[in-house]
Design a binder for this molecule. Structure first.
Ligand SMILES: [Zn+2]
Length: 327
């Protein structure tokens, strides 16, 4: 039975390093952000510990590999046949290093071990290859092959995958039965407000859409994007745990508005706590790789606010897997 005597706070992180941006930016173009992930993850774990917060790390499957041999030996039987060849990371495998020591941008086995050792946080999947479920050319069979690869490489580390975050938030509801078949119980959906619609590919790409989303991070344009637990949908066996908001990285240009951004998050959390709803916050560890201090300062404010809401309203922080089990 679902417990609706309190609201819930979920945090998911799309853990991907260069695999999340390989089709947009080279390592050199985004180096500071990417190389500092190795500092961001331990610090995140430490801060989470201080406030007793449980995180869900939706992790790209490639990152689990100890070395290139292990990575290539787990490659799916069917590779994604994107019409736009740029979306496939497989032709880039030749250029990556042999292991994490040599190439911290494409491997993260030790960081994953660090997360796992805490025995607190959830490690979910962000697919094996940062797979784009709505792009032209790829098929459901190719998606399944990718998912099997992600699950089997995680299993080598003793990690059982229960949650999925779809890369670029390309939720393809036709693929949910495949996820369910392989033991996944939840996914992160998109906000219900139409400006967050990633399904309409053209609308999603528009400059004006991006501008609206940016403004919405500072000023309340779309409401709190919180959800009543009894309204969470379970589709093909997976619980949709929709996003409330993306935690934008600290921006020097917008620094004078940064407190507005943090307040916007805190107001959403308060709304969820008071109305016994879900607030789901997400970002990427590499977002914190630049302006590390400012980003962590904002996050700590959010965690302190969680503590207050936890005390006053029994607002409860759980992983995605745990929330799905409650619904
Ligand atoms: Zn991603």
């Amino acid at each position: 039975m679902m417990d609706v005597s309190n609201g819930y706070f979920v945090i998911s992180l799309d853990f991907e390093i260069h695999w999340g941006v390989f089709d947009k930016k080279s390592v050199a173009e985004y180096k500071e952000n990417l190389e500092n992930v190795k500092l961001v993850i331990p610090r995140l774990l430490e801060l989470a510990d201080k406030y007793n917060i449980k995180l869900t790390f939706a992790t790209v499957g490639f990152l689990f590999a100890e070395n290139k041999q292990e990575l290539t030996s787990h490659n799916p039987k069917l590779l994604p046949n994107y019409t736009d060849l740029n979306f496939s990371p497989y032709n880039k495998l030749d250029s990556i290093g042999e292991n994490e020591t040599e190439d911290e941008f494409h491997y993260a086995s030790r960081l994953i071990d660090l997360i796992k050792q805490t025995k607190k946080h959830e490690i979910g999947t962000h697919t094996y290859s940062h797979y784009y479920c709505l792009e032209d050319g790829q098929t459901k069979e190719e998606f399944e092959a990718d998912l099997i690869a992600a699950i089997s490489l995680a299993a080598k580390k003793g990690i059982s995958i229960k949650s999925i975050v779809f890369p670029r938030n390309q939720v393809n509801t036709n693929y949910l039965d495949i996820c369910s078949k392989h033991g996944i119980t939840s996914y992160r959906g998109i906000e219900t407000h139409k400006i967050y619609n990633t399904l309409d590919r053209n609308f999603n790409k528009k400059q004006s859409t991006r501008a609206l989303r940016l403004i919405d991070s500072y000023l309340n344009l779309t409401g709190h994007n919180t959800y009543k637990l009894e309204n969470l949908n379970t589709i093909s066996g997976l619980t949709n745990i929709p996003s409330s908001t993306f935690l934008r990285p600290y921006s020097k240009k917008l620094s004078m508005f940064d407190s507005l951004k943090i307040s916007r998050v805190k107001n959403g959390m308060t709304h969820a706590a008071k109305h016994k709803e879900l607030f789901h916050l997400w970002w990427h560890p590499h977002n914190f790789g630049k302006h590390i201090e400012d980003n962590f300062k904002g996050l700590e404010e959010i965690f302190i606010h969680y503590k207050i809401l936890n005390n006053n309203f029994n607002f409860n922080n759980v992983t995605m897997e745990k929330l799905a089990s409650l619904v």
